[in-house]
Design a protein around this ligand. Structure first.
Ligand code: UD1
Ligand code: UDP
Length: 374
């Protein structure tokens, strides 16, 4: 009898990081693998499904405009029941720290399946930062049977919480598996992409291009306003720089960003880019300003310095390596650090190392081998 897998995700970053695992398991004849998306995100999820050619077996289609955590959590748990009843999985795979991961973890536990947590053990130890992700990840860690940690540090965090050593495997982060697959596909001679062609016409790559993203709940309001003020000053002080900001579709982000940055000549606000155009643009950028978790992990592989608009991180490895700086949302600090990287080439070179502490692109294989050996 084949073992039955159910892989579940809902947002853009989960989809990117689970895509290599989906593709690997679908190729493996020892497993019967089904994919379910909660669609906590809609357009931003579909962009990823298209690129990785994944067609979900179940699509719960749950996203609502400006959704709240209360109804999202409840509706995910409720809607997972019929899927779990039908598939009767031996293993349910969830990823990271989203509401989808946490709520699907709870539903899977009720169903009696074994729960496999991919990207396990990252911690800030402060449940307010990032909110609600730190709590989501801790809770999913409590529910999970098997923990796939990206780094040695995340394994140690789990051990300190009395997680059984034999149930933890350090794998590297599957984000690198996805990135290597993506970069190879994007750089292939026959790859044509309308978004990339458009970017070539909009941006001036003779200038230094600064790539910006931002969406964290704890930065909504004042934090985001401060970040936008910094971007405005950087753009006005440095006419030899182009700033491009693919704006997250959350109304709490899109509203203020459009209002504050719409009419500045060298700032380009664009809708979220599909993954191939985004990684292409990362490669072409001079530096990245972001509060994203995934981008902090990807950028070191491309040798791009990252300024992180957060005060804490559950990903301290690249900060220690020196490719990432935690800045918070202080306007003056963001301007100062950005201009230092623009002006001081030695300082810039020191931050653009190509060593990535988050993995070697083989995380997915390690996960599949571990499950096969059970
Ligand atoms: C979620 C995750 C966060 C992750 C982020 C990745 C939680 C609590 N938060 O935050 O951990 O870092 O995704 O981007 O799980 N929207 C659209 N179309 C989309 C996606 C979002 O219109 O494709 C809008 C909707 O109005 C939606 C809102 O954004 O209600 C918020 O989406 P939600 O998933 O609740 O929060 P994010 O801030 O995206
Ligand atoms: N990304 C993308 N298009 C964009 C912005 C980001 O494809 O316009 C990708 C990026 O390469 C990374 C992931 O989305 O893999 C990060 O997602 P996000 O920042 O939304 O979430 P987080 O990682 O903070 O949870």
């Amino acid at each position: 009898m084949k073992k039955k897998n159910l892989i579940v995700f809902g947002t853009r970053p989960e989809a990117i990081k689970m895509a290599p695992l989906v593709r690997e398991f679908l190729r493996n004849e020892n497993f019967d693998t089904k994919v379910c998306v909660t669609a906590q995100h809609r357009e931003m999820l579909d962009q990823v499904l298209n690129f990785f050619e994944i067609v979900p077996d179940y699509d719960l289609n749950l996203m609502r405009p400006n959704q709240n955590l209360f109804s999202l959590t409840a509706t995910i748990i409720e809607n997972m029941k019929p899927v779990l009843d039908e598939v009767k999985p031996d293993y349910v795979y969830v990823h990271g720290d989203t509401t989808t991961s946490m709520a699907v973890g709870i539903a899977a536990f009720y169903s009696g399946a074994k729960i496999c947590h991919v990207e396990a053990g990252l911690r800030t130890f402060n449940r307010q930062y990032p909110f609600p992700e730190e709590f989501n990840r801790q809770l999913t860690g409590k529910i999970a049977d098997y923990h796939f940690s990206p780094t040695e540090l995340s394994r140690k965090n789990l051990l300190a919480e009395n997680t059984k050593e034999e149930n933890i495997l350090v794998t590297g982060n599957t984000v690198i598996d996805a990135l290597l697959y993506g970069i190879e596909k994007v750089n292939a001679e026959d790859f044509v992409d309308a978004e990339i062609e458009k970017l070539k016409t909009v941006l001036n790559f003779q200038k230094n291009v600064i790539l910006v993203t931002g969406h964290r709940r704890e930065n909504h309001g004042e934090g985001l306003i401060n970040i936008c003020s910094a971007l405005k000053t950087i753009a006005m002080n440095n006419s030899d720089v182009d700033i491009i900001y693919p704006v997250h579709l959350n109304p709490n982000v899109i509203g203020p960003v459009n209002e504050l940055l719409d009419s500045i000549a060298n700032i380009y606000l664009v809708p979220p880019l599909a993954y191939p155009a985004f990684i292409w643009l990362m490669e072409k950028s001079y530096l990245i300003i972001t509060d994203s978790g995934g981008i902090q992990e990807e950028a070191p592989s491309l040798g791009k310095p990252v300024l992180v608009t957060r005060t804490t991180t559950e990903r301290p490895e690249a900060v220690q390596e020196g490719t990432v700086i935690l800045l918070g949302t202080d306007t003056d600090r963001i301007i100062k650090e950005t201009e230092k990287l623009l002006e001081n080439t030695d300082y810039y070179k020191g931050m653009s190392m190509l060593h990535n502490p988050y993995g070697d692109g083989k995380a997915t294989k390690r996960i599949v081998n571990f499950i096969e050996a059970l």
